[in-house]
Design a protein around this ligand. Structure first.
Ligand code: NAD
Ligand code: GLY
Length: 367
């Protein structure tokens, strides 16, 4: 008998459950049926996930008496675009989706972000369920209601806050995920320990290899614990107005500079960039005397032990990387905001960081 853990995201009338465990795809119909105004839905997915996991979801919906249509998009970051958003909205309308209906996002963060955004504007807002199929989506993007698309000016610049009504994180579907994608998602798991939970970081050191080997108990614990950590932060600061939710961006300002330089391509996955960025956040914090050098070394040792990168793999100069940071969404009136740290589990939001100071650090790193 497989076990399921349940985490609730406490947002008053918009609260929802996240179920974590194996076999949830097969139970999806029974879990979603009570939420429907009428027994029909549309599944939105990408071509890769469609071939692997749509039949099981459709069968589960069938067993629960729920009729379903499927919209399949190309895989990859390119689908988070105005063009695909328009095509998706047209497709949902063509399938007769009404405001009281529920749309299902089955896929990684790309499908979740795009489908959530479409749901937030379709008929001025309809409901959606997240069934995340990457580790990154299970521990991060499917939780918390940030949805959106990219534009020529940058990533996630157009979007909305729109919470799902249910998240089903079936860790069994991760068996088909390429190991590199699993590892990239694991960087976001480690992040929760580094933000404010030393014990969880120690758990990661002891169990990271089991998570990445697909051990189902370790995976369920890692996903459920990460979802609880994110749920607590989201419940405290849903719209990122109080310097709480911003903590989730640990490693992201450095990381986004590397991602931007790599053209948001497969050359550097988001989670890989976050791993390098978290190493930078610790190294930089040690460099300015905030954080013990031993903590930075311990973080880097764990990330390296599981095969994640911790240094800039690109030929970009410190100046080029610093320029990418100027365009960071979190920049306010030209001042940079970084998540810095006093040690493992002791991260905090630091506004007004000087770009030339960060550039000096990056120079030193490159030397
Ligand atoms: P992704 O959605 O592109 O998925 C990665 C690849 O894995 C894709 O090719 C996909 O087809 C494939 N895939 C998905 N599930 C699979 C499975 N079970 N088996 C085999 N292949 C599978 O990428 P991602 O890493 O899941 O998400 C990245 C996106 O998430 C970015 O756009 C990022 O901006 C966004 N994000 C959003 C938030 C948020 O809070 N909304 C947080 C973090 C990241
Ligand atoms: N991934 C950052 C957030 O959800 O706020």
């Amino acid at each position: 008998m497989s076990q399921t853990s349940t985490v609730t995201v406490g947002l008053g009338a918009r609260s929802y459950d996240i179920h974590v465990g194996t076999g949830l795809l097969a139970q999806a119909g029974a879990l979603i049926a009570p939420l429907l105004a009428r027994p029909r839905t549309v599944i939105v997915t990408d071509e890769t996930v469609a071939a692997l996991h749509v039949p099981a979801l459709q069968a589960s919906l069938d067993r629960a008496g729920i009729a379903s249509d499927t919209i399949t998009l190309p895989p990859g970051e390119g689908s988070k675009s105005f063009a695909q958003l328009a095509a998706l909205c047209d497709g949902l309308l063509a399938h007769g989706v009404e405001r009281k209906d529920v749309v299902i996002a089955l896929g990684g963060g790309v499908i979740g972000d795009l489908t959530g955004f479409a749901a937030s504007i379709l008929k001025r807002g309809c409901r959606f369920v997240q069934i995340p199929t990457t580790l990154l989506a299970q521990v991060d993007s499917s939780v918390g209601g940030k949805t959106g698309i990219n534009t020529a000016a940058g990533k996630n610049l157009i979007g909305s806050f729109h919470q799902p009504i249910l998240v089903l994180a079936d860790t069994g579907v991760l068996a088909t995920l390429p190991p590199r994608q699993l590892r990239a998602g694991y960087a976001e798991v480690v992040k929760y320990g580094l933000i404010n939970d030393t014990d969880f970081f120690s758990w990661c050191e002891a169990n990271g290899a089991a998570v990445l080997a697909g051990d189902s108990a370790a995976l369920r614990y890692a996903v459920a614990y990460s979802c609880k950590a994110k749920a607590d932060i989201v419940a405290a600061d849903e719209r990122e107005t109080q310097d709480v939710r911003a903590l989730l961006n640990l490693g992201h300002t450095f990381g986004h500079a590397y991602e931007a330089e790599a053209g948001y391509s497969e050359a550097l996955l988001h989670g890989e960039a976050v791993a390098i960025g978290m190493a930078d956040a610790f190294r930089y914090s040690a460099h300015i005397g905030l954080c013990p050098a031993a903590d930075a070394a311990r973080v880097i040792a764990h990330l390296n032990a599981v095969g994640l990168p911790t240094r800039n793999p690109l030929p970009a100069t410190a100046e080029v990387l610093a320029q990418h940071m100027v365009h960071d969404k979190k920049a306010e009136a030209g001042q940079l905001t970084f998540i810095l740290t006093r040690g493992i589990g002791r991260s905090f939001v630091q506004k007004g960081v000087r770009l030339d100071d960060v550039a000096r650090y990056l120079h030193q790193e490159a030397a």
